[in-house]
Design a protein around this ligand. Structure first.
Ligand code: ATP
Ligand code: MG
Length: 442
């Protein structure tokens, strides 16, 4: 052990026990919640594959400059939310606060953008924010990014894909689609002037953040959560009056596609999104079921980012789903998933237990979709049944001496009024096939 590192291993001579807690805003996802996470993730994978999107896996750490350059210097994320540090070589690194920048970096670096790409990724993101329900410092996103198509059929496909996911998860009724067009960079420059002129005359009445943004990033004022500022904005110039004909036409076309897809939407003229790289059509899916943290998904077009990162110009669009908020929504809607155990195996004693071992092994091979949980550690029937109940299993497979002698098993229902019965080993297979078919997982 090199002597210059003792600080990592302080000698707790006077205090043997130290308790640690997870860092504020970093959350453990416990076994009680993981079944819901896994089922959500599996569904998302299926939906993404069904639209031909491919997974890309990206580092969690990137150069700090990558985020400053793409997200924008004057955004909440870059100004105050990044986990940045200097590594041992004194290079500035940042735990990724979002995934688009890294994804575009990878697409350019590996020259993927020569043909259209449909990509997705999933993983943790890090932002130093005030933790509250639906807002953490480490949280998770699924990001979906499509490169190479400039027309609004691409935007429509992304929205359709997200709606498909909500449907499959059973949350679509609780989510509303908001859409807007923020035009081109030059549209926004012209609008910015008009907005600044209007707001400068009313500067004193704005909230502090908005006063500051008046100089730095005035469009973000539209997004202000202050009611006073929002009231002032009611009479402000409207962004849509500054859009060029291309942005307008493409937005209208997107709306027409949404109508063809039968996706209800609300045009929100103040939807600008918190990151600088967006242009043209942007959207968010919001819910009333989660209080203040009601945006579950947000995205839009970002046609200039590939070029900014040194690639050949290539249009792009994407969105990110906040997975904690999606899970909270599923929980609020009382969406549950099947228990981790289907069958709980109880054996009378050591010899009986040994009798069950090869049988359960074979059953797991024959029925890979069945969750067969074996009781371990012995104990009375009474105590084993208690555990069986807790496991959430539907049936207990009970092996006593009689069952072993006769090559039988007793089936005891744990959560239904079905009759208890003792059947031969051979009949067990048919019983389990029926059970699987009933639970619709066969
Ligand atoms: P908000 O306005 O709620 O801060 P945002 O505009 O910063 O959201 P995006 O950068 O668009 O969020 O990220 C996409 C999605 O990721 C959000 O809609 C949200 O569902 C989720 N998200 C963002 N920040 C957090 C966080 N700190 N904790 C949990 N989820 C988050
Ligand atoms: Mg934010």
């Amino acid at each position: 052990m090199p002597s210059e590192k003792p600080i990592l291993f302080p000698a707790h001579t006077d205090q043997l026990m130290t308790t640690y807690k997870a860092i504020r805003g970093m959350v453990d996802i416990l076994p009680a919640a993981t079944p819901l996470w896994q089922s959500m993730e599996t569904t998302a994978l299926e939906v993404l594959a069904s639209y031909g999107y491919e997974e890309i896996r990206l580092p969690v750490i990137e150069s700090t400059g990558l985020f400053a350059r793409s997200i924008g210097e004057v955004t909440d994320i870059v100004e105050k939310e990044m986990y940045s540090f200097n590594d041992r070589n004194d290079d500035s690194m940042t735990l990724r606060p979002e995934g688009t920048a890294g994804c575009v970096r990878a697409v350019v670096q590996h020259n993927l953008a020569t043909t259209p790409q449909r990509l997705w990724y999933m993983g943790p993101m890090f932002r130093y924010e005030r933790p509250q329900k639906g807002r953490q410092r480490q949280f998770h996103q699924i990001g979906v990014e499509a490169f190479g198509v400039a027309t609004p059929d691409q935007d429509a496909e992304l929205i359709a894909l997200s709606r498909q996911l909500w449907r499959r998860l059973g949350v679509d009724d609780a989510l509303t689609l908001e859409v807007n067009s923020i035009g081109s960079a030059s549209d926004r420059a012209r609008y910015r002037e008009a907005l600044v002129a209007y707001l400068s005359d009313r500067r004193e009445a704005l909230d502090i953040d908005s006063q500051r943004r008046l100089q730095t990033n005035p469009l973000r004022i539209l997004d202000s959560k202050s009611p006073d500022t929002q009231e002032i904005l009611d009479a402000a110039p409207a962004l849509r009056d500054y859009l060029d004909s291309e942005s307008r036409e493409e937005f209208d076309q997107l709306l027409a596609y949404l109508e063809a897809l039968d996706i209800p939407y609300r045009i929100n003229p103040r939807l600008v999104r918190g990151l600088d790289y967006y242009n043209k059509s942007v959207f968010e899916w919001t819910t009333n079921a989660l209080g203040a943290q009601g945006t579950v998904c947000g995205g839009g077009r970002y046609d200039s980012l590939v070029e900014i990162f040194g690639g050949k110009p290539m249009p792009a669009a994407g969105f990110a789903v906040g997975l904690e908020r999606l899970i909270l929504l599923m929980q609020a809607l009382e969406i549950t998933v099947s228990s981790p155990a289907d069958l709980y195996v109880i054996a009378a004693d050591e010899g009986t237990y040994r009798h069950t071992l090869p049988r359960m092994d074979a059953l797991r091979r024959q029925f890979p979709d069945l969750n067969i949980v074996q009781h371990l550690g012995g104990g009375s029937f009474k105590s084993q049944f208690k555990r069986a109940d807790k496991s959430g299993a539907s049936w207990a497979l009970v092996y006593g001496e009689t069952e072993v002698t006769n090559n039988q098993v007793t089936l005891k229902p744990l959560r239904s009024e079905a009759a208890q019965r003792t059947i031969g080993d051979a009949e067990l297979t048919a019983f389990l096939a029926d059970f699987l078919a009933e639970t619709q997982r066969a």
